[in-house]
Design a protein around this ligand. Structure first.
Ligand code: FES
Ligand SMILES: [Fe+2]
Length: 398
């Protein structure tokens, strides 16, 4: 299933008016850690799905996400001053509320109603599990789904913001339906004290096989080992990997950059002093030097699992050229993911909700095998970034 250039564009492009972008706009996406907006620093620049926006918290505590360039003559609202009613552009003071309504144009004559004609682009924002989430799609807004990792109450959460991934979002997602890479790419970190047969095969021979199935929220991949044990790491459609004790949320900034947010769940008996609206946030240091450069003008450190993944994804290119790849039988998960993506894009074109959009605010918690993951011990109880794919010496029981 080599793709044509048109098909590659269809699945990868995320800006306004694109088909994959239209699909991705049907979901809530995290855009910042809640703690990033403070009284001293009440604005944050956000690029998401090819749109340049500013997240801000006004002095009444309301949070908004509006277009970066002021509707007047385009100065950045990142430098706006917040007040009780909203954010005022630093240049001439046009004042916007969180809905994007313009409340005042200070230099207009007294009594002018001109400001009522100005409407600035604005998107709904919610705070959830320590993150601000944005919704850029058509109204009414759906719900943020109640996945077990995000809502279970028998533990605490930790959030980690990963270094910007300088490539298209689909490369990270295809990796999540590519179970064969684990035993090779990550061979230094999964051995539990054993040595691989050689570096070419890594631990490939320990795996008996893997299979995929569809679930109401995405795709479940199941890996069975020669010793009989099994692990399941679902992909929550369209842009989340559910692995170990975490969700890895890949949020496209534009066609060639991706933000990655982890939400970890750590089982604890005593939640005293824990605030689920403001869990601990970890800011993970870049995996390459120089940080903003692209292959081959940067070098990745490969000293844990996630840097290895970033190396593999980024070196495929800013947007992987899928017209020249050589898919093999072990890539069948990738073929499935692309087919599901195309199918769900068609659904959006037909005016239907795509896979994993949830509308009922009272829906039951959605089980993504968190209990099984915790029993398998595929996580680091410290919540250490990058450690979540390393299997512990002794499985940790939830
Ligand atoms: S450019 Fe923003 S008020 Fe003039
Ligand atoms: Fe990986």
């Amino acid at each position: 299933m080599v793709l044509t250039r048109e098909e590659n564009d269809l699945l990868t492009r995320v800006g306004p008016g694109t088909l994959a972008g239209g699909l991705l706009r049907r979901y809530w996406h995290p855009v910042a850690a809640a703690e990033e907006l403070t009284d001293d620093r009440p604005t944050k620049f956000v690029r998401i799905l090819g749109e340049d926006l500013v997240l801000f918290k006004d002095r009444s505590g309301r949070v908004g996400l509006i277009a970066d360039h002021c509707a007047h003559r385009g100065a950045s609202l990142l430098y706006g001053r917040v007040e009780e009613r909203g954010i005022a552009c630093a240049y001439h003071g046009w004042l916007y509320d969180t809905e994007g309504s313009c409340l005042e144009c200070p230099a207009e004559p007294a009594g002018s109603m001109f400001h009522l004609t100005v409407k600035h682009r604005a998107y709904p924002v919610r705070q959830f599990v320590g993150l601000y989430w944005a919704y850029l799609g058509p109204l009414p807004v759906p719900e943020i789904p109640r996945y077990d990792v995000w809502v279970r109450e028998d533990g605490i959460r930790k959030v980690a913001l990963y270094p910007r991934l300088d490539c298209n979002w689909l490369q990270a997602m295809e990796n999540s339906v590519d179970p064969a890479h684990l035993q090779v790419l990550h061979q230094e970190f999964i051995g539990r004290g054993q040595k691989p047969v050689n570096t070419t095969r890594g631990y490939t021979d320990l795996v008996r096989g893997f299979e995929f199935s569809e679930a109401p929220y995405g795709i479940v991949k199941k890996r069975t080992y020669a010793d009989g044990h099994m692990d399941q790491h679902p992909v929550i459609f369209p842009n989340i990997l559910r692995q170990a004790n975490a969700t890895q949320i890949r949020v496209p900034m534009d066609d060639t950059h991706t933000n990655i947010f982890f939400v970890h769940f750590l089982p604890v008996r005593d939640r005293d002093g824990y605030d689920d609206e403001n869990p601990e946030v970890i800011y993970v240091q870049p995996f390459k030097e120089p940080v903003a450069a692209l292959h081959p003008f940067t070098m990745f450190n490969l000293n844990s699992v996630l840097p290895q993944d970033h190396m593999a994804w980024e070196t495929q290119g800013p947007i992987a050229d899928r017209t020249v790849e050589r898919l093999a039988t072990s890539d069948r998960g990738i073929v499935l993911f692309r087919n599901v993506l195309k199918r769900e894009i068609v659904k959006v074109q037909q005016g239907l909700d795509p896979l994993a959009v949830v509308r009922d605010p009272d829906h039951a918690m959605i089980d993504t095998f968190l209990t099984e993951s915790l029993q398998e011990g595929w996580y680091d109880p410290s919540g250490r970034p990058g450690g979540s794919t390393q299997r512990q010496e002794e499985p940790i029981r939830a």
